[in-house]
Design a protein around this ligand. Sequence first.
Ligand code: HMG
Ligand code: MG
Length: 299
Amino acid sequence: MALPDKVRLVEVGPRDGLQNEASQISTAVKIELVARLGAAGVRHIEAASFVSPKWVPQMADSREVMAGIERRNGVIYAALTPNLKGFEGALASGVDEVAVFTAASEAFTQKNINCSIAESLSRFTPVIEAARANGIRVRGYVSTVLGCPYAGDIAPAQVAAVSRELLDMGCFEISLGDTIGTGTPLKAKRMLEAVAREVPIGQLAAHFHDTYGQALANLYAVLEEGLAVVDASVAGLGGCPYAKGASGNVASEDVIYLLQGLGIRTGIDLELLAQTGNWISAQLGRSNGSKVGQAMACS
Ligand code: HMG
Ligand code: MG
């Protein structure tokens, strides 16, 4: 299949990126990060997470973050919601979209959301019903699609089965998470082929962490299969608190640079995005995880 001519970038830095940061990040910095991303042309931003503050303290101010964001026309501001309680918080904050999340691995699901895969899906039923009643779209995440920190290898058929369940329940899009970033291109391709037999490729997204430095290669492999939605974090921020050692998502700047080189449209201004990556890295006092961001800062 040919490469897509257009890709939608889902910027998950304010959520996936910041959720794992050890130091306290002010609400004002989170709000400014979302504003800068919007100004750079990002049209889909995961801005908050309505999970238990005991489990993920960094996201405890999600309500304030959502309240402080100056909404831009045409931008979708989304949040994670693991259950109905989370959905109610997200709804009260005026989110445009919510995301439920489970995994292809039982062991990971237990560690991450304290229940089995089947239980997680049954918790999502009322969330999806309430979302539908309020005209809010629901995205579904499947974690550990290319390997699990507890269970090791994951069968593509298992990823396909969980993805299919989320689709049948009413998720408009399924994001496939290589949570620990151990995947390689052929493995990514085989996994996607299995999932695409159950879920139309136009409803799939790639959410690749870059722990082993393979994320861009894996992305190229799935783009070749026709996948056209990519999750990424500016400056490569992040990691999952329940996947020890997992580093951030593939950096948004690196993804945009790759896509531009392939002649694929995204609507994003790489210069402004790279400035945002350098700005947030300075705010967090860490080095920029985007090679492109680092290179552009020197040029
Ligand atoms: P639990 O302890 O089993 O929940 O946690 P519970 O229903 O028994 O409730 C226990 C307490 O939590 C109660 O409070 C509830 O009110 C409260 P208490 O009575 O003890 O004071 N509670 C909540 N508070 C705020 N918001 C809520 C909420 N729900 C219950 N929504 C739960 C279950 C799912 C809540 C918990 O395990 C949790 O919050 N987990 C969060 C895990 C998480 O955020 N992980 C990171 C995001 S996923 C990810 O990064 C992967 C992804 O990027 C894709 C990839 O890379 O693969 C998406
Ligand atoms: Mg993630």
